[in-house]
Design a protein around this ligand. Structure first.
Ligand SMILES: Cc1cc2nc3c(=O)[nH]c(=O)nc-3n(C[C@H](O)[C@H](O)[C@H](O)COP(=O)(O)OP(=O)(O)OC[C@H]3O[C@@H](n4cnc5c(N)ncnc54)[C@H](O)[C@@H]3O)c2cc1C
Length: 508
């Protein structure tokens, strides 16, 4: 087993990276073997599924484009909750009361798997259980809070109204949910990887799967010169790559987190706290490198639709309004996917060969939902009954009123955002571009995604996203080119860092 330092899909470091080693185990890998299962992606979905399959006696290979936790699992804020962004009342409206109950059981099922793994394998991952608080600041939010409370009670999730929220933000009404939790996501992931390797599993890092060819029940996944043969392929890539039905069923969002050192450690709440603004803010405390830090997250927006620097600045301003901040220690952003009808999609990918699976659309709740998805996928592959599989099946692709329009409208809004705000500008020379920044500009009638590095060298790319031909937009905070249509992201040299794109941006 070898290991390398973790990096993630953005320029800003998350606090989870420095401590995390990314293991690889490739010595037993053979291109001649047909494995039972190939898992594409080493985030929390991939590791959960891989460990369960390997322990069930299925020969499993994980192919990860970069390293363990490179995707959103390395940029998460790692709350483990008994409730979700899609409230239980919303699920009841779309899937009935039984559906809401099943969804609550699935959320709690994911939570319990994490807790059980930590206990069973003795994982040291800063796991702590704490009370949660939700608070409302106006009339409308009070109604939303009542809905959350009613929904939680309906499905048997413990919740009580309370007067006190342990942060100094004024509120009109609040509720507390006991038994929420938090952890260090990469310490957890590394421990799952160690167990997986111990059970004989193979991990191939730096293995970007470009395509899969299927014949006679065997899938051959290509990564450069390597071919990995398997009876099943699981895209644990957060969003399956390429053009597929999920592009129109899930909308990509960027979300922001800031970790600050306060003047007084005692002001850090010993709780997980959420407001009900749109988009919301949340607060929690984590000791990182021996320092107590307050994590504040939120300011989410559709990928490529807003200014990421402004989102960070707003978040910092917001926190400084209520807390005495000594120093901003970390700021990072990452991506999640909002599903059309509020629930994840888990199962075989429609209109693809049998035995090609995926899970996506976890909203901001992937710790529980990715975990339960990994569990469900493993059951489906070994043909075992799983009580949650049908509710969240990929087969439920009924049209959702308004969502397709919403995705189309996104693309249009994003076009205007790029054109009007950042400006597709005619520059006679690239001199005007500041070092360390990027912009879509026009040179001799041709659109160019140009990034000027600190040494003054220009990295010039076609701005046309290779997924579905939208124009990418510069993300100044993470130094990436982000597609506003389906969330594909590229680094300054055009390399894919986030799907669903498979091919790099064309160099010019
Ligand atoms: C800022 C933020 C905060 C969040 N906070 C919380 C929270 O507090 N609680 C919670 O429950 N959820 C939270 N979430 C959501 C949660 O983090 C995610 O849902 C979860 O991490 C997704 O895990 P995953 O394994 O599915 O995907 P990822 O972690 O993104 O892993 C996918 C992996 O696939 C790899 N990959 C992609 N394409 C290929 C390819 N072609 N070949 C090989 N490998 C490939 C990537 O490199 C990546 O490592 C948050 C999300 C964000 C953005």
């Amino acid at each position: 087993m070898q290991s390398q330092k973790s990096i993630r899909d953005g320029y800003q470091a998350s606090p989870w990276e420095p401590e995390a080693e990314s293991p690889s185990a490739k010595s037993n890998f053979s291109q001649a073997v047909i494995y039972d299962c190939l898992i594409v992606g080493a985030g929390i979905t991939g590791l959960t599924a891989a460990l369960k399959l390997q322990l069930a006696g299925k020969s499993t290979v994980i192919a990860e484009a970069y390293n363990l936790g490179y995707g959103t699992t390395g940029g998460t804020s790692a709350h483990i909750n008994t409730f979700a962004d899609t409230t239980y009342m919303e699920v009841k409206q779309a899937f009935g009361e039984q559906g809401a109950q099943l969804f609550a059981d699935a959320v709690n099922g994911g939570y319990n798997i994490i807790r059980d793994n930590i206990a069973k394998y003795g994982i040291d991952c800063d796991y702590e259980e704490k009370p949660g608080y939700l608070y409302a600041e106006d009339e409308q939010q009070m109604k939303a809070l009542d809905q959350v409370v009613e929904g939680a009670r309906m499905v048997g999730v413990s919740v009580n109204y309370t007067e006190n929220v342990p942060i100094p933000v004024p509120h009109q009404k609040a509720a507390t949910l006991p038994g929420q939790a938090q952890f260090h996501p990469l310490k957890y992931l590394n421990a799952l990887a160690a167990e997986y390797i111990k059970a004989g599993g193979i991990i191939l890092n730096n293995t970007f799967i470009n395509e899969v060819e299927s014949s006679d029940d065997v899938h051959a996944a290509k990564a450069g010169d390597i071919s990995i043969q398997a009876s099943n392929v699981v895209y644990a890539t957060h969003m399956p790559p390429g053009i597929n039905v999920f592009n129109m069923r899930c909308a990509p969002y960027r979300s922001y987190v800031v970790a600050v050192k306060l003047q007084n450690d005692a002001d850090c709440p010993d709780a997980l706290i959420y407001d009900l603004q749109e988009p919301y803010h949340y607060f929690r405390t984590h000791v990182i490198n021996g320092e107590k830090l307050l994590l504040i997250g939120g300011n989410d927006h559709k990928t490529g639709h807003d200014d990421p620097e402004a989102a960070f600045n707003d978040l910092e301003k917001y926190i400084k309004r209520y807390f005495d901040v000594q120093e901003v220690k970390y700021r990072w952003s990452s991506q999640y996917y909002v599903p059309a009808d509020g629930l994840p999609y888990i199962g075989q990918i429609p209109m693809q060969a049998d035995g090609i699976w995926c899970a996506t659309g976890y909203n901001g709740n992937g710790m529980m939902l990715a975990t339960i998805s990994g569990d469900i996928l493993a059951d489906l592959i070994v043909d075992k009954q799983n009580e949650f599989a049908e509710l969240m099946s990929t087969k439920r692709l009924k049209p959702i009123d308004g969502f397709t329009e919403f995705v189309k409208e996104n693309a249009d809004v994003a076009y205007h955002f790029v054109a009007d705000r950042f400006g597709i500008e005619k520059l006679n020379a690239l001199n005007e571009l500041q070092a360390g920044t990027g912009k879509v500009i026009e040179i001799d009638g041709e659109k160019v995604a140009a990034y000027k590095d600190e040494q003054g060298a220009v990295h010039a790319l076609s701005p046309v996203c290779t997924h579905m031909k939208c124009f990418v937009n510069w993300n100044a905070a993470e130094k990436s080119w982000d597609c506003p249509c389906h969330g594909a992201r590229y680094d300054i040299d055009g390399k894919v860092i986030t799907g669903p794109a498979r091919q790099p941006l064309q160099p010019l």
